[in-house]
Write a protein that binds this ligand. Structure first.
Ligand code: 3DU
Length: 211
């Protein structure tokens, strides 16, 4: 069944905890990025880990191998279960993230193509395909591909095969969950859930369209 991953991009610790707790019965993982970690500190991972759901660190790690290693070690030491990294920095840097993740029994995902309109400037023309291939060659657990462009997801699936595709861009960015959920292993949803009047009800609604 397609996973539902909550993107918890709120800035307040109490609000983050409350939303995560209310949505927990309907979601499969929580993705945390710079907005929440820069507002609350890495210790938010410990708070959220109490819910028993996998925690994904969306830090889009993109540095030299040694710095990537230091970042990823800190991510897993904080209690995260997976990390998202960029691949455009090259196979050596991406592979470092994968190696650190696997050494902690965690997972690493490589961004193949982003979901916003401007992503087409650099990711199209063969770059996303090369990043997907790099993810496979690096032993990554999967890629990030855009819910806003289902056709691109289909094309990238040809490259990554059975490796996982997690897909942001559902809802607020225009991606249709009914369409994308059939193509990917997990849909990543932020604002549609955490800005809803009743986040848990919205998470439950989205959890029903998974297949
Ligand atoms: O648009 P939403 O509010 O559902 O949030 C989407 C989340 O996924 C957000 O954290 C954003 O930084 C992340 N993301 C993308 O939206 C697109 C990508 O290509 C990669 C990550």
């Amino acid at each position: 069944m397609t996973e539902l991953i909550l993107s918890l991009d709120v800035l307040d610790r109490q609000r983050a905890r409350a939303i995560a707790e209310s949505c927990a019965p309907f979601i499969d993982a929580i993705k945390v990025g710079y907005p929440l970690v820069l507002s609350t500190g890495l210790s938010i991972a410990g708070d959220l880990a109490e819910l028993g759901l996998p925690l994904i660190a969306d830090f889009k790690v993109a540095d030299i191998p040694n710095t990537n290693r230091l970042i990823c070690e800190a991510v897993f030491a904080a209690g995260f279960d997976a990390v998202i990294a960029h691949g455009f920095v090259g196979a050596d840097a991406a592979r470092t993230c994968v190696e650190v993740a696997h050494s902690h029994s965690g997972e690493a995902y490589i961004v193949a193509e982003m979901s916003h309109p401007g992503a087409t400037e650099f990711f199209h023309g063969g770059v996303a395909e090369r990043l997907a291939a790099l993810a496979v060659a690096s032993g990554a657990d999967g890629i990030i591909a855009p819910a806003t462009r289902p056709d691109r997801v289909r094309e990238l699936r040809e490259i990554v095969g059975k490796r996982k595709i997690y897909s942001p861009g559902v809802g607020a960015q225009g991606g249709d969950p009914d369409v994308v959920a059939r193509l990917v292993d997990g849909i990543i949803v932020g604002r549609s859930i955490y800005e809803a009047e009743d986040p848990a009800a919205e998470a439950e609604r989205l959890s029903r369209i998974r297949r």
